[in-house]
Design a protein around this ligand. Sequence first.
Ligand code: AMP
Ligand code: MG
Length: 331
Amino acid sequence: MKPHSILDTQYSIHNTHNAIRKAIPVFIVISLLGAGLCGCQNKRLYKDTRIMMGTFVEVTSSQQEASQIVFAEIARIENLLSKYKEESEISQLNKLGVINASPETFFVIKKAKEFWQASEGAFDISVGALTELWKIAIKDGILPAQEKIAQALKLTGSDKIILQEEKNMVKFGVSGMKLDLGAIAKGYAVDSAVEKLKKAGINNCLINAGGDIYCLGEKFNEPWNIAVQDPRKKGFLAFLELKDKAIATSGDYEQYFVKGSRRYAHIIDPKTGYPAGSGVASVTVISKDCLTADALATAIFVLGKEKAGIITKRFPDVDFKIALEKEIVLR
Ligand code: AMP
Ligand code: MG
């Protein structure tokens, strides 16, 4: 991986969860097109990539200093929210069952509870016990025992996350609960990085944190071009031109295993304790901020096409595209 390569040709962004976790070739989920299409030789974009938050974080900007600002901020947020970092606030909470959180961690947990309510329980960061079970299942290709799922379900439910604003206290209502911010933390980290960029006077930047994307400003007076990959075959579902917008995709093609006729992926339906089986292959959400895009993509993936109206009614400004397992339907 080269630090700072100057782009002068068309290129693609790879969604790389799988590359890291499974070390096998992956689908390209989202492509960025047109880096070299501006038609002017002295227009240069700097691209830099780091592995962070379990994925590749790619930063593209005409301003060379953008990437360092983004990486520093994402590292800071990862240290607060990652359950894989032993010292993070989330790890401490999962260990002790109670913490006085930083304002940022408290904010993200509070937002997550709001999405839980708005999605009628489909989005639920308290799925930690379940995601631990299914992570092993996906690695080994073996279904978890029914009793273990039943036990983990007792530890699930965001109504059991108690928040007290005064001291930013977060407390579990049931001991042994575990939070997993995997469906929202990257979106928040991207938003925080965008804030830092703006403060530093950076006016154009594309951040791609493993499919959680923000398009800041324009690329040489034109919007950024994002192509959404078909989740099942080569090719694209949609081409989008975005400026000052976030986009996030949730899909079942990165981490999964197939047993019988069913695909078991990493997004869990908190009502059943099993991977969501809503018939959706991928959901892409476009929103003003990446936290919302990230959370709602996961929520709609669980809800499925029929119940996606729950989200559209509550978030009328948000746009989304759903690729179904059997047919590609775009909204
Ligand atoms: P995403 O790729 O943004 O859809 O996030 C998927 C990740 O979020 C999973 O790997 C889990 O860590 C976590 N997760 C799984 N199911 C849910 C759910 N129903 N609600 C919230 N987070 C979930
Ligand atoms: Mg998400």
